[in-house]
Structures are given as structure tokens and as C-alpha cells.
Write a protein that binds this ligand. Structure first.
Ligand code: SF4
Length: 238
């Protein structure tokens, strides 16, 4: 247990708040040194952010990278992309697998360029009306394009916060659990949601992996419930 959290006689709520702040500080520091760089992380352009988030749905960043680069080179603006025919989009999106998603992207681009007059909405309710946009993608657009203080939640982020804090969803499909979404929202320090979400995604994918997490390189080692338990079990066995 980290000394900052030891011998704490403060009420539970305050203790939790300190725990969350410590987690955020550690994670942001780690991210500054180890965060991954992708072109969609460098842009503030809503159209590019939307395209990237759409492609990243259930697809790894390394697989998305060349496809995204080709896409934005070929279609530098939303207007260009909305004019593309299905066959062209299909060809570009082909390496991502789940080939039929080009149809959804096409519908989304037409909806954005037509119905929404080229403007990505800043309300989740409106974003969810765009074809192919679910709660994760909608929130990602709000965080990365509109700088909103919101957390992203997917199985990878669930794994990290579940391990560190011991959070467990009561739902069989945790991503449908609104209390989990609120939990990640609470982890976001003011004005730092963008980096914090990216940091969580990077920690999940490079350190706190599903199999063989690299505890020894993790900045959360001494405050992680999962690691603490694993260590004490190992001590008792020996
Ligand atoms: S200490 Fe291990 S289990 Fe805990 S967050 Fe880090 S990598 Fe994951």
C-alpha cells in the first residue's frame, strides 16, 4: 500500500478520492514518458477524430494506422469523404476486416455532411443518431473533439480499473453498466480527460494486458489491489 493511503482515518469517500487522485497522477506521469503517438492523437480536427474512432472500433491501432493515413490523404475533408462511392470506401477499409462496415461509414459520412451540415454534435444524444456511433465512440468524440470531461469505458479499461481498484460490475456485460461509466468519469481530473483516457488505453494495451501483465513495469504496482493480492498469495504459498 502506498504511504499516502496508509493509516488513513479519513471517511471512506475522502479516502477513495485520494486514491483516485494518486492513480491519475501516476498514470499521467507514466503517459508523458510512455504514451503512444498516433496521427489521430495529434489532430484536433473533429472529422479526422471521427474517422479514427470509427476505424478503431474493435480494431487495433497498428492495423488502423495505414488505413487511416490512406483515408485522410485521399479524403482530406468530410466533404471529400462524403462524395466517395461505396466501392472506393470498401477498397480502402478492406484491410481492417469486418468489411461490411464501409457501408455504415458511408451512411455516417452522408448523415454528417447532409443532416448535420458537416458539424459533429457536442451532445451524446445527437451523436448516437449517427450510423455506427455507440456510447464509446460518441464519448470518444466528445472527449477528443469537444474536450469534455468524460471517461471512456471498454473491456480493456474495465480490466485496468477492475484490477487496480477492485471495481466489479454487477452486469454480465459491464459496458452496459451505467455505474461503471460514472466510475470512469470520476477518475478524470479536471481538464485532463483527453490524456487520461489515452493513458488508460495505453496502459491496458502495453502493460496491464489480459495475459501476462507486466507488473514490474507498471506505475500502479504499490496501489494495485490485484497485484497486492497476487503477491500476498505467493508469499503464503512459500
Ligand atoms: S500492477 Fe499489474 S495488474 Fe495492477 S495495474 Fe499494473 S499491470 Fe495491471
Amino acid at each position: 500500500m502506498h504511504p499516502e493511503l496508509c493509516g488513513d482515518s479519513k471517511p471512506e469517500g475522502e479516502h477513495q478520492a485520494r486514491y483516485r487522485r494518486l492513480f491519475a497522477r501516476r498514470l499521467l506521469r507514466w503517459f508523458r514518458a510512455h504514451g503512444r503517438r498516433y496521427p489521430w492523437r495529434e489532430t484536433r480536427e473533429p472529422y479526422r477524430i471521427f474517422v479514427a474512432e470509427f476505424m478503431l472500433q474493435r480494431t487495433g491501432a497498428q492495423q488502423v494506422l495505414p488505413v487511416y493515413m490512406q483515408f485522410v490523404k485521399r479524403f482530406p475533408t468530410l466533404h471529400d469523404a462524403a462524395e466517395a462511392d461505396g466501392k472506393t470506401l470498401r477498397g480502402i477499409l478492406w484491410p481492417l476486416g469486418r468489411v461490411e462496415r464501409y457501408k455504415i461509414l458511408r451512411r455516417a459520412l452522408l448523415y454528417l455532411a447532409g443532416e448535420l451540415k458537416g458539424k459533429l454534435p457536442s451532445s451524446l444524444k445527437k451523436l448516437l443518431k449517427i450510423p455506427g456511433v455507440g456510447p464509446y465512440t460518441g464519448r470518444a468524440v466528445l472527449v477528443f473533439a469537444h474536450h469534455r470531461r468524460l471517461g471512456l469505458f471498454d473491456p480493456n479499461i474495465y480490466r485496468v480499473i477492475g484490477r487496480v481498484f477492485g471495481f466489479v460490475s454487477t452486469k454480465q456485460r459491464p459496458h452496459t453498466d451505467s455505474s461503471m461509466w460514472r466510475t470512469v468519469d470520476d477518475l478524470m481530473p479536471k481538464g485532463r480527460s483527453r490524456e487520461m483516457n489515452l493513458a488508460l488505453l495505453d496502459l491496458a494495451s502495453t502493460i496491464c494486458r489480459t495475459r501476462r501483465p507486466i507488473h514490474e513495469k507498471c506505475p500502479m504496482q504499490d496501489i494495485c489491489a490485484f497485484y497486492g493480492r497476487a503477491r500476498s498469495e505467493a508469499t503464503h504459498v512459500h
